[in-house]
Design a binder for this molecule. Structure first.
Ligand SMILES: C[S@@+](CC[C@H](N)C(=O)[O-])C[C@H]1O[C@@H](n2cnc3c(N)ncnc32)[C@H](O)[C@@H]1O
Length: 205
């Protein structure tokens, strides 16, 4: 497959990610590291990086054009606390993230796989949340957002059953607005179509 090359200094070449990297060396500091899975065009991570200059962000997506656009955006804004990775999230986590290390994991508008027979392809389910929990430090935030009613309700229902997380939004299981949380490209698109976003926010115990 011919990939448009990404030459940004904030793009981490796949060759550097074959084993566990030294993240503090990559970012040049010891700040906590947050991961956005499926970062798309990078508009969300760019806003978060401005809101949290004392966090480092890894934006991961397996879509090359998205990684390229994210790099252009963060390079233009001079956001030194963001790095972009082109990879599949599960494989990347297993290979490149130490256990109980992440400060936050963020998943915005993951592919909804709306057809009933495709639902098992959805990224977020109980197994995946348990898997993620293993890479998150105690106190780490987990954010999930979707425009898809059924996906939002599914995740809101499964989270209380994962006993390593507590609900930050209790007694609500989800909200349709989350103060201080930036809006991603897809969120804005779906809100423009009159859809509501389901926000879920939990914290690792
Ligand atoms: C619907 S888009 C949402 C993009 C962005 N988060 C937003 O809200 O605007 C979902 C993105 O997740 C990426 N993606 C889906 N599954 C992934 C996985 N397992 N690992 C990495 N990226 C993934 C896709 O390539 C796509 O860019």
């Amino acid at each position: 497959m011919n990939l448009i090359p990404i030459t940004s200094p904030r793009f981490i070449e796949p060759e550097l990610l074959t084993t566990l990297p030294d993240w503090s060396q990559i970012f040049g500091n010891q700040n906590p590291v947050a991961l956005e899975i499926g970062s798309g065009m990078g508009d969300f991570v760019a806003q978060m990086a401005v809101l949290h200059p004392d966090w480092n962000f890894i934006a991961i997506d397996y879509y090359n054009k998205g990684c390229l656009k994210t790099c252009k955006r963060i390079d233009k804004a001079g956001l030194d606390n963001v790095r972009v990775v082109r990879d599949e999230a599960r494989a990347f986590l297993e290979r490149c993230i130490p256990p109980e290390s992440l400060r936050a994991v963020i998943i915005n508008c993951p592919d909804p796989w709306p057809k009933q027979r495709h639902r098992k392809r959805r990224l977020v389910n109980t197994d995946f949340v348990n898997f993620l929990g293993g890479f998150m430090r105690p106190g780490a935030d987990f954010y999930f957002a979707t425009d898809f009613d059924d996906y939002g309700l599914d995740v809101a229902d499964l989270m209380p059953q994962v006993d390593t997380f507590i609900n930050v939004l209790a007694p609500d299981h989800y909200r349709h607005e989350l103060e201080g949380y930036p809006l991603s490209k897809y969120m804005l698109k779906f809100m423009g179509e009159g859809k509501r976003i389901y926000f879920v926010h939990y914290r690792r115990c």
